[in-house]
Design a protein around this ligand. Sequence first.
Ligand code: NAP
Length: 544
Amino acid sequence: MPGATTEISDTRGGDIDALVIGAGFAGLYQLLCLRDRLGLSVKALEAGAGVGGTWYWNRYPGARCDSESHAYCYTFSEDMMREWEWSERYPEQPEIMRYLNFVADRFDLKRDIHFNTRVTSAHYDEAANRWNVRTEAGEHFSAKYLITAVGCLSTANVPDIAGLESFQGDWYHTGQWPHEGVDFTGKRVGLVGTGSTGIQATPVIAATAAHLTVFQRTANYSVPARNVPLTPEFKQYVKDNAAEIRRATRSTPNGHPFVNSERMTFESSPEERHALYEAAWETGGLQFRTTFQDMMVNKAANDTAADFIRGKIRQIVNDPATAQKLSDIDHPYAAKRPPIDTNYFETFNRDNVSLVDVRAVPIECIAPDGIRTQDGDYPLDIIVFATGFDAMTGPMLRMDIRGRDGLPLAKAWESGPRNYLGLQVAGFPNLFTVTGPGSPSVLCNMPVAIEQHAEWIADCIAHMRDNGIERIEARPEAMDAWVEQVNAAADATLLPLATHSWYLGANIPGKPRVFMPYAGGMARYREICADVAAKNYAGFALSD
Ligand code: NAP
């Protein structure tokens, strides 16, 4: 009954120890760690009708992971790594959904997940030391520990463009894609946005649409993904080397199993550099970034990679004016999350595809029959917004989280996210944020970052239980010091130079400009977190 308050207790009759919000990669593993390893009573609350998180919602044409499949998976069970077999170098969205359902079923996780359950508020009750959580349907849950596993990219950003409500055709955001799919056959389609999503979707939409117009605000680099079916030999290699793959993903800065080159850019001659970039272009994928060790810290070094990719764009795209618009890129390579693609630039050679530079000629409004820019109208049947997300903080701020004395998280973070290790916020006891801002998260192959956080949180809760500790909370001074470390780590790289990046919150009007993820590397971050735990959770206040 809408609005009714339902008290939900644990099926075994006791109190719920922990609530996990979300049932994607993070929520599933956090549930498993707390329920099966610690024996706690745990429920997960999930807005979707099934598991999958980002992959549940992002069903847009061409949706595929940019991490390689053999490393885009859980590694906590080598048996499971051997049981599951990926079919392609990069897993497609439906295959990732099959994988996450396989994991959920293998560990019987679904029985403790409430689906179709969107959390609207989470308030801390200090006297009871419990979190009271309410949902859109009016249910009420209460738990001692609250763990947000809401994903970094789950709050869709639909731009506020005048006239959208008057549009007579259909429009979609890629992050809220209809489960039944969209038929583009014979349609005039407009796609707004050229981030990783728009770059994946463009060739696939172009293949069936009557005409596709891509509205580009910021030109972007992209490197070929070179997706292929996995050979039987590679599948066997993965099974035989599960432990080694796990070790590799834990030892690199980005959680990918690539060996980072130790070469410095200017130790090579221009000819040698070109040959190395050519080889990396042929190999394809995110490992292009690892061609030289200093690519992300030395602007002149980065320029050589950027120029190489600009040259490739100009070679691939036949029309010089289109090539110019696509290659006129204003930020260092990979300072924004670097896309990888399958025939993105080639798609602009099709007769049914055109490019509009909406930085030069901004969108004025959406008219009933299409998009109106300052120099003309583009009649459309369908508009696809590949316009990204209110990243990292958006999903948490949307939930009305309040800590001690009713302090809203939105108030604590009004100048940008502040926390300790990306895991906890002062004033919010027993609240843990999986892959929160201030942790490597989106700069890392996500399952690697997620496993580290879920395990650290479970170990922390076990420590509390074993030592009669009731509350854990970040100390304000530890939080201040960590925010400084996060800023220093970003400033040591070229990442902040992409001033319009979502890493900085710059894609959302009015959002504070703060570099959100920790850029010091996953391996380093793992050591820091382990060290904090070993020092009796230094920087946290623990109390009875
Ligand atoms: P995004 O990187 O934020 O890109 C959004 C695009 O929309 C940008 O080109 C942006 O232009 C444009 N845009 C936003 N508002 C606009 C407006 N009002 N008018 C015109 N253009 C506008 O979002 P995304 O492509 O969805 O990717 C987000 C992240 O999701 C990625 O960086 C990646 O981490 C993840 N992702 C991963 C995969 C994968 O692994 N396969 C695939 C897709 C996404 P500006 O650049 O000018 O802001």
